[in-house]
Design a protein around this ligand. Structure first.
Ligand SMILES: [Zn+2]
Length: 237
């Protein structure tokens, strides 16, 4: 068995750069607070319209350093072919067990990129399987506390918004590390389905969610379960 650091938060992204767009603010906040945070990129991004696998790998490592991640790895699953299969669920369960991660961050269940939606499903199911003793992987069972979903493209009503104002510059730098993705012109004649300027779009989204909580920048999250709240006065005053 490998000695992996125990993580407070483990974020899964379908492609290198997804966790930066969706939840880099929360990861950076956790790292600053001494809550070890990590990221698992499910694919190497070999199906991308721009950039090479080697470039993405270097960019992911640079971003991990900026965010202060305690761990980052790539599972090398097939880009553009992600499906909610037993093999993919088990791969997720094993990595959750290895890092003994308490909070799991996954892509939103509703996203226009099929890989993102598929990853959302098999990360959710893998997190469930991780706790079951009759599911055998390399490491023993481990029960994460919750799965939270981050938003990338679609607008969904969030369960809560995290104030990322103090780490906004860190998030912006982590996204900017992906020069192969966000600072290269698209191929001639290519009809881009995303946005022409991801930096502007990322700042606009963070500003929009921040406005919902009266702060400059925010990140939106969904929970599948109802959150228990013991002391509304302490939280809201
Ligand atoms: Zn992606």
């Amino acid at each position: 068995m490998s000695e992996a650091p125990k993580l407070s938060v483990l974020a899964f992204g379908a492609h290198p750069d997804d966790v930066e767009l969706g939840c880099a603010g929360l990861l950076a906040l956790c790292a600053r607070r001494g809550q070890p945070a990590g990221a698992v990129d499910l694919t190497r991004g070999e199906g991308a319209s721009r950039g090479t696998v080697a470039e993405r790998e270097r960019e992911a490592a640079q971003s991990a350093g900026l965010l202060g991640l305690a761990a980052r790895e790539n599972l090398g699953l097939p880009d553009l072919h992600l499906q909610d299969t037993l093999d993919h669920r088990l791969a997720v369960a094993e990595v959750i067990r290895r890092y003994r991660a308490d909070l799991i961050l996954a892509p939103s269940p509703h996203d226009r990129h099929p890989d993102h939606a598929a990853a959302s499903a098999f990360v959710t199911h893998g997190a469930f399987l991780a706790r079951l003793p009759r599911i055998e992987t390399e490491h023993p069972p481990y029960a994460p506390c919750a799965v939270l979903y981050y938003l990338i493209h679609e607008h969904l009503a969030p369960s809560f918004v995290v104030d990322i104002t103090d780490v906004w510059e860190v998030k912006r730098a982590a996204v900017a590390a992906y020069r192969s993705q966000f600072d290269q012109p698209m191929p001639e004649g290519y009809r881009f389905v995303g946005t022409a300027d991801y930096h502007a779009a990322t700042e606009a989204r963070a500003g929009y969610w921040g406005a919902q909580i009266q702060r400059p920048y925010g990140e939106a999250y969904l929970t599948a379960r109802v959150l228990r709240l013991d002391d509304p006065v302490a939280l809201l005053t």
